[in-house]
Design a protein around this ligand. Structure first.
Ligand SMILES: [Zn+2]
Ligand SMILES: [Zn+2]
Length: 243
């Protein structure tokens, strides 16, 4: 186990112990809570994504099956389930989760995701988008896997994090436009050699935040080339795509 994950778990354990001894507080507004990490008022403020493209989850002004971009050029996956928009105050929880060993924030986000359910489809397997080894070592945990674990166990769907492997370090996607994001992740993922046999026909690829979908598209292509018939994309939140 990566040293940083152990450190994150220790910090998390200390915070849990503190919560047992002290009254719990909302992670966003610090209001004293009834044992939850997020108060009801803050939970109600999380930006939902109810009207969106069924294929890429881009928020839409009017209900429609597909956004313009997906009508012109559909992505390599089949459907998307992305219940939130990446906006305030969800972005605050997400950055705490991702950059401050905030496993409690991750648990809150997974619980909110489950409460927004049920999923529109029932895949045979959930596969989180992998981190590169180096980044995993530095962060200590893969945020996609931390979200996938509670979802998989609550939904009773198997989870495997050893299907895909990120073989190339990619630049942070945040600063790149859509075209550069695609180039940045091309060839960055591969199927672990021993995993090609025995993949089910229907897989949900899971990530925390989806922006242009370049990373998910690259992973979906790898799975489809390996014979997976249907790939759904599950992400917690949709960030506005810069096309
Ligand atoms: Zn609150
Ligand atoms: Zn779309």
């Amino acid at each position: 186990m990566a040293v940083n994950r152990i450190r994150a778990l220790l910090v998390d354990g200390a915070r849990r112990l503190e919560r047992l001894l002290l009254p719990s507080r909302c992670l966003l507004c610090a209001a004293p809570g009834g044992g939850d990490d997020l108060c009801a008022a803050c939970a109600a403020e999380l930006p939902r994504n109810p009207v969106c493209c069924t294929r890429c989850a881009e928020p839409l002004a009017q209900p429609a099956a597909l956004c313009g971009a997906c009508q012109r050029e559909p992505p390599p996956w089949d459907t998307a389930w992305v219940p939130f928009r990446y906006e305030w105050p969800l972005d605050r929880l997400e950055s705490r989760f991702k950059f401050a060993a905030g496993l409690a924030a991750g648990r809150v986000l997974a619980a909110q995701w489950l409460a927004a359910g049920p999923p529109p489809s029932r895949p045979d397997l959930i596969v989180p988008v992998p981190l590169h080894r180096g980044r995993l070592r530095r962060r200590g945990y893969n945020q996609a896997l931390e979200l996938a674990r509670p979802l998989a166990s609550a939904l009773g769907i198997p989870l495997r994090h050893d299907v895909l492997e990120r073989v190339r370090v990619t630049n942070q996607q945040t600063e790149l436009d859509a075209k550069r994001r695609r180039a940045n992740v091309r060839g960055a993922f591969r199927l672990r050699p021993l995993r090609a046999a025995g993949l089910p026909l229907h897989i949900a690829l899971l990530d925390d935040v989806m922006t242009t979908g370049a990373t998910l598209a690259e992973c979906a292509r790898v799975l489809k080339r390996a014979g997976v018939a249907r790939v759904d994309v599950w992400a917690l939140a949709r960030a506005p795509a810069r096309r």
